[in-house]
Design a protein around this ligand. Sequence first.
Ligand code: ADP
Ligand code: MG
Length: 240
Amino acid sequence: MKQTSVELRDVRKSYGSLQVVHGIDLAIDEGEFVVFVGPSGCGKSTLLRMIAGLEDVTSGEIVIKGRDVTDLDPSERGIAMVFQSYALYPHMSVRDNLGFGLKMANTDAAEIARRVGHASGVLKIDHLLDRRPGQLSGGQRQRVAIGRAIVREPDVFLFDEPLSNLDAELRVSMRIEIAKLHRKLANTMIYVTHDQTEAMTLADKIVVLRDGRIEQTGTPREVYENPANVFVAGFIGSPR
Ligand code: ADP
Ligand code: MG
């Protein structure tokens, strides 16, 4: 039996009187690649940020590997998040960008070097370690941003529209890279996108959201072939 990796129990979020996430219940298996997909403003980022601990839940519980993490800091949750904006430090080498978070957490130098070596091997960026972000292409920068998550050796990777700043061609090749990364690392990954193609090609399980509610959960095939309603059919079915 597969272990549950991440569990959301009746998770809700309001900003003032505006409720943007309505009672989400979801169980994600260990090693599963889950994609939250839905139109802009449906609450994808809010949900991911609550899992990450970057945003408080208004009510409900978030459980990671059997541990209630609802009130824990992001650094205590065993997660690492990859953002759409790379947020690399421009004055630091790629090597130092990769190691910076670990250094701040007082990880010793040999361990940092080991993890940076592992991450750069996995992402094939060894040859870029002495460069600065300004000397990298968009795709290379995105690899470094993913590398910063890998060095933390998290249980769960969280991605918030990591490819939406890239041009169409690069988006396709990075999508393939991310799929390979999942096969290599075998971690649980939760990936947010408004792009149906990304969702269909990356996901073991798709969660279709609308207005802060789950419309349907299933494999890409299930959702495509048996959409739960007209919204899902229109959203997954219509090419962009
Ligand atoms: P998505 O990532 O799916 O585009 P978001 O999670 O960013 O959607 O936003 C969901 C809803 O919550 C939107 O209506 C958005 O305007 C609102 N929202 C997000 N962050 C805040 C905030 N800090 N304060 C008020 N409203 C917010
Ligand atoms: Mg968003």
